[in-house]
Ligand binder design. Structure first.
Ligand SMILES: Nc1ncnc2c1ncn2[C@@H]1O[C@H](COP(=O)(O)OP(=O)(O)OP(=O)(O)O)[C@@H](O)[C@H]1O
Ligand SMILES: [Mg+2]
Length: 231
């Protein structure tokens, strides 16, 4: 069983504007994210990387094919069940960290755990541990507006890990950071994923970041090609 498995996944979008027709973005993609393995997907702008990640995370549906997340086919779940399944099995990190502005760093990290029904006393320590591991012990009660870009992204990483997901999906997690901060966040994300034996699937424009991952796929012509594999 894989944290995420794509079987024959295709995605077509209706062409925008007048006239009919469809735009095929992904064509019969097979892919498995493996436990403890970090995988990067690179490819030109518009090649479908974000679309693939959204489908892998059950945020969008394929036109064809199956997405199986920790043993469950997303297509068998209704919206509510899908949200719950995602909350339990997947941690998401986006380019814009999407933190809740009215909540402190600690509260932002706690949100996914509280949504899943965990009592605060049972998840507070893990949240504080994660924030400590990412060097934010002194920032627990800061609001997002009182954090730097890199610090906000570290909070987003902690939030993605709070529920102990099987897999972390990250879409250009360092895309909005300067080089030095980006490099710190890259190393932090990779080392945390390894330490916690998580599968990490990330999309990046940054080839240096991609090369730090165990596997690298190139998304081109609607297909994934494996271009690096550390055995
Ligand atoms: N909801 C939609 N409706 C129609 N077309 C869409 C939709 N979402 C994405 N597309 C098209 O699908 C293609 C792939 O988009 P996607 O966002 O996955 O690219 P990407 O590889 O992530 O690009 P970038 O590197 O710029 O983020 C694009 O050509 C885009 O126009
Ligand atoms: Mg994208």
């Amino acid at each position: 069983m894989y944290p995420i498995e794509l079987k024959g996944v295709s995605k077509a979008f209706p062409s925008a504007g007048k006239g009919s027709g469809e735009l095929l973005i992904l064509d019969k993609i097979d892919f498995a994210a493996q436990e403890g393995v970090s995988t990067a997907i690179i490819g030109k702008s518009g090649s479908g990387k974000s679309t693939l990640l959204q489908i892998a995370g059950g945020l969008d549906s394929p036109t064809e094919g199956m997405v199986i997340c920790s043993g469950t086919d997303f297509a068998t779940l209704n919206d509510k069940q899908k949200s719950y399944h995602r909350n339990q099995h997947i941690g998401f990190i986006f380019q814009a960290n999407l933190l809740l502005e009215d909540f402190t760093a600690l509260e932002n990290v706690l949100v996914p755990a509280l949504i899943s029904g965990t009592k605060e006393k049972d998840c507070r320590q893990r949240a504080m541990d994660l924030l400590e591991m990412t060097g934010l012990t002194e920032r627990l009660n800061h609001y997002p507006s009182q954090l730097s870009g890199g610090e906000k992204q570290r909070v987003a990483i902690c939030r993605a890990l709070i529920n102990n997901p099987d897999v972390i999906l990250a879409d250009e997690p360092t895309g909005a950071l300067d080089e030095e901060n980006a490099s710190q966040i890259e190393n932090l994300l990779l080392s945390l994923a390894k330490a916690e034996k998580k599968s990490l699937l990330l999309v990046t424009h940054n080839n240096d970041f991609a090369q730090k991952c165990d596997r690298v796929y190139l998304l081109t012509n609607r297909k994934l090609t494996l271009i690096k594999d550390v055995k």
